[in-house]
Design a protein around this ligand. Structure first.
Ligand code: PLP
Length: 429
């Protein structure tokens, strides 16, 4: 069966034919590819065509797809049993590894199954710790799909150009205040007015769900300072950037060091299986049940097969892996930018460690408003020209590009060869 036939069949039984909206190709048009397998830097569709993958499972696949160390760990764990609903040694080993790498920010770690759960729990924890209700988030930041976090969110909501979601009670939406990103004035003004009601600021450590938009210098550190001066906490969402922007996430490479109160992780930490986490100081984290009054639980939390994938991924991702990710990102950033320049396509390079994206605007956007003003119509023809040439990009201009250490010179050559025609398609859009 072809991709189109699978899509038709899927649409008859799955809303929109997809289990996560951006997969439907809504903003780029055309038929989504249905993938049959993936290895290294390539994904192969049901028609047997392979593509160099620049989505990498939306982040987890830093080693490339089906890395032997990860597959082996998963197979061994699966053979021992898929889950016990009880503790396993691997959970402690994973917590030790993360704490060792991210001290002093993270002293305790709780495992959950998705990034959505991690941020949802982090917010409940912040509210429990402060006894306050209000949450501050930034426009264009995506923190998963829990009720209070969908206001002016990035990712699929940016792609679909919708301000929020139906079905969120007004009383819950009222507990979230959305501010423009990178504006300390807006943060200061809000805290001056309502500082004593605010439980936490939640912020993507380096936003990558409206394309990549880097924090202005010292922004994260200033947020921590303002929040603490007002008795509030900062939740730094590293679901996307953690273990990907660098070995120590965004926090490890932010030019101005800062220590958030709670950090959320997902994607890479699970090595491609459903696993996410939240971490922070012992004092805050031990407010969680069973020690403290803030409840959180999960049938699949810390699932041993997912833990095995995460452990194998983090253990294998040594300095050489991160050096390769950097090198691949450097090459692609310069080659893509050169191709756009050659065709006179106004663009800016957006970069956060090994993460990057391109905005079709003359000046680098620093807020969601500016991101939305770019010439987004140039992306679909660019995307499809690349796809036709065997390169799978994120199906939205509002997503980051993800590379892996398995992107070798052959994979890079295919991307580079495809660029002139794709840039021409973007120019003539
Ligand atoms: N936070 C950030 C920064 C994300 O990028 C995402 C997902 O893309 C999430 C939270 C939600 O994670 P999940 O899709 O695993 O629920």
């Amino acid at each position: 069966m072809s991709n189109a036939e699978w899509f038709d069949r899927a649409r008859a039984v799955i809303p929109g034919g997809v289990n996560s909206p951006v997969r439907a190709f809504g903003s780029v048009g055309g038929t989504p590819r249905f993938f049959a397998s993936a290895t290294g830097p390539y994904v192969t569709d049901v028609e047997g065509r392979d593509y160099v993958d620049l989505v990498c499972s939306w982040g987890p696949a830093i080693l490339g797809h089906a890395h032997p160390a990860v597959i082996d760990a998963v197979q061994q764990a699966a053979a021992r049993g898929l889950g016990f609903g009880a503790s396993t040694p691997g959970e402690t080993e994973l917590a030790e590894l993360v704490i060792d790498r991210l001290q002093p920010q993270v002293e305790r770690l709780r495992l959950v199954s998705t990034g959505t759960e991690a941020t949802m729990t982090a917010i409940r924890l912040a509210r429990g710790a402060t006894g306050r209700d209000l949450l501050v988030k930034f426009a264009g930041h995506y923190h998963g799909h829990s009720d209070g976090l969908l206001a002016e969110a990035g990712s699929g909501l940016a792609t679909l150009a919708i301000p929020g979601s139906a079905g969120v009670p007004a009383a819950i939406a009222a507990q979230t205040i959305v501010l423009p990103y990178n504006s300390l004035e807006a943060v200061l003004q809000l805290f001056a007015e309502r500082g004593s009601e605010i439980a936490a600021i939640i912020v993507e450590a380096a936003p990558a769900n409206m394309g990549v938009v880097t924090p202005s210098e010292g922004f994260n550190a200033a947020l921590v300072e303002i929040a603490h001066a007002n008795g509030a906490l900062v939740i730094s969402d590293e679901v996307l950037t953690g273990f990907r922007a660098s070995r120590t996430g965004w926090a490890g490479i932010d030019p101005v060091p800062y220590a958030a109160d709670i950090v959320t992780f997902g994607k890479v930490i699970g090595g491609g299986l459903p696993l996410a986490a939240l971490g922070g100081s012992a004092a805050i984290m031990e407010l969680l049940a069973p020690l403290g009054p803030v409840y959180q639980a999960g049938t699949l939390s810390g699932n041993p097969v997912a833990v095995a994938a995460g452990l194998a991924t983090l253990r294998t991702a040594d300095d050489a892996v991160y050096a390769r990710l950097e090198a691949v990102a450097d090459t692609l950033v310069s080659q893509v930018s050169a191709a756009f320049t050659a065709e006179g396509v106004a663009h800016t390079v957006q970069r956060a460690g090994t993460l990057f994206s391109f905005a079709f605007s003359a000046e680098a956007p620093t807020t969601y408003e500016q991101v939305k003003q770019q010439q987004a119509h140039r992306y679909p023809p660019f995307f499809h020209a690349m796809l036709d040439a065997g390169v799978s990009l994120p199906p939205s201009v509002y997503e980051a590009w993800f590379v892996s250490a398995a992107h070798d010179d052959a994979a890079l050559s295919r991307i580079i060869d495809a660029l002139p025609a794709a840039a021409k398609a973007a120019a003539s859009a």
